[in-house]
Design a protein around this ligand. Structure first.
Ligand code: FES
Ligand code: FE2
Length: 446
């Protein structure tokens, strides 16, 4: 890099470190973190490459040769099933090694991946197949597709941008595969997928997703249906006691083994965070639907409804909600400094009736996410004003505050290269989320 560019980069990083230094703990971020393209560029360089994210459900590439074109942050990738094994799924940057053309423009199927420009073809395992036109001395082995780190487990396909920077995903696979199977994630099919492009910085989208303080004013349907809002949306001792009674009653019905299922790994820069927690939906509701009644076939080999909902967190940008008879898979995809795609995929058991009603299955999270898009875009619009100043997170926004503190300490560590202890080492699982205190125990470190 020329000296002038290096100086510019150092000055830029110094400016961001200054902003991090000025941050007031447990208050929202300064305006620049939500609006400044230079900070987004720094995240793209330093933070995004460290994140594993869900890019697909395994059923989207059901047999060898099937491939799909998906987004990974602001990159386009090809996800392909290259073999007959359950987890034989790979991903490649959608960039030809000849002169750089996109290779696949839509989902498809084939024995080879063929570039439309000059018809170079690549094996499903990425190697260049076309060799006859190469100039002498060029080794075809060096012209395989650019691999994207990929790991499939429990029905999910996860990718990350850069092998050198990604944390080990094996503890997550080890910690969650059985739990995902118990919820039928590996045996599911997609009913509907919707995208909610949100004109807001990705951190605002996450800040909103991680707290339920807004659930009372912003989500009348969600507030009506979910019992946990008695402790996650309000600070009211009476309501908390009512919720505790409901949790205790649920515990006595489902038994200790189910009740204590759960895992919490807060993660740090080198450890991928993941969690699963269970709680009752409440008020005798069987599933997360408008009237509480079933919407599809029971999943994961269940023989009866227990009225619980399991929540999965996989890394920092992917989530899964699992009531007894459907799944909602969430992908938060940062696109630019002020654009984030929220993609929700609803799945049911593979053997569920073909005419399951997508509207009933998607009702809860669709109505809620349409509302979230509006409030988050309003949040972004207000932050763009000259009048914006950081404001305090309340105790009901503790997970949001934790995310922000973690983000800042990680950005600082990545800029300076110094691995100070991150905020996450002091973080305990948010008790409101876990019906069972045992469920909040940290996952064993591997
Ligand atoms: S750019 Fe792909 S074959 Fe030429
Ligand atoms: Fe919300």
């Amino acid at each position: 890099m020329p000296a002038a560019a290096t100086e510019l980069q150092a000055a830029e990083r110094g400016r961001v470190l200054g902003l991090i230094g000025d941050h007031r703990a447990n208050w929202s971020l300064q305006q620049e973190f939500y609006l400044d393209p230079a900070i987004f560029a720094l995240e793209r360089e330093l933070w995004f490459p460290r994140q594993w994210v869900i890019v697909a459900h395994a059923s989207e590439v059901p047999e060898k040769g099937r491939y799909i074109v998906r987004k990974l942050f602001d990159e386009e990738i090809i996800v392909v099933r290259f073999g007959d094994g359950e987890n034989d799924i790979a991903a490649y940057y959608n960039v030809c090694t000849h002169r750089g053309s996109r290779i696949c423009t839509k989902d498809g199927r084939g024995r080879l991946l063929v570039c439309p420009y000059h018809a170079w073809s690549f094996r499903l395992t990425g190697e260049l197949q076309t060799k006859q036109d190469l100039p002498e001395g060029v080794d075809p082995e060096t012209l395989g597709l650019h691999k994207v780190p990929t790991r499939a487990f429990g029905g999910l396909v996860l990718c990350g941008l850069d092998r050198a920077n990604l944390p080990d995903i094996e503890p997550v696979a080890a910690g969650l595969t059985d739990r995902l199977r118990e919820h039928g994630v590996d045996n599911a099919r997609i009913v509907v997928r919707k995208s909610y492009p949100t004109m807001a910085n990705w951190k605002l989208v996450l800040e909103n997703f991680l707290e339920c303080y807004h659930c009372r004013p912003a989500h009348p349907e969600y507030f009506r249906v979910n019992g946990h809002v008695k402790v996650t949306a309000m600070r009211d001792a009476g309501q908390a006691a009512v919720w505790q009674e409901e949790v205790d009653a649920w515990h006595s019905v489902i038994g200790d083994a189910e009740f204590n299922k759960g895992v919490w790994e807060p993660g740090d820069l080198d450890t991928m965070p993941f969690a699963m927690h269970r709680k009752p939906i409440g008020s005798g509701r069987k599933t997360l639907s408008d009237d509480g009644g079933p919407v599809s076939r029971l999943m994961g080999g269940r023989t009866d409804y227990d009225g619980g909902e399991s929540g999965f967190r996989i890394g920092r940008l992917s989530f899964l909600s699992a009531p007894n008879d459907y799944l909602a898979m969430f992908q938060m995809i940062p696109r630019s400094v002020n654009e984030t795609d929220v993609v929700i995929t609803w799945l049911v058991d593979r053997d569920a009736d073909v005419d399951v009603e997508a509207e009933k299955i998607s009702w809860m999270w669709d109505v809620t996410t349409v509302q979230d898009k509006i409030i988050t875009e309003d949040n972004a619009a207000g932050i763009a004003s000259r009048a914006y100043r950081p404001g305090p997170y309340t105790p009901l926004e503790s997970q949001t505050a934790f995310f922000i503190e973690t983000y800042l300490s990680q950005m600082k560590a990545l800029i300076t290269g110094e691995r100070a202890a991150t905020a996450s080492t002091e973080w305990e699982a948010p008790m409101q989320l876990f019906a069972s205190p045992k469920a909040a125990c940290p996952a064993p470190r591997h």
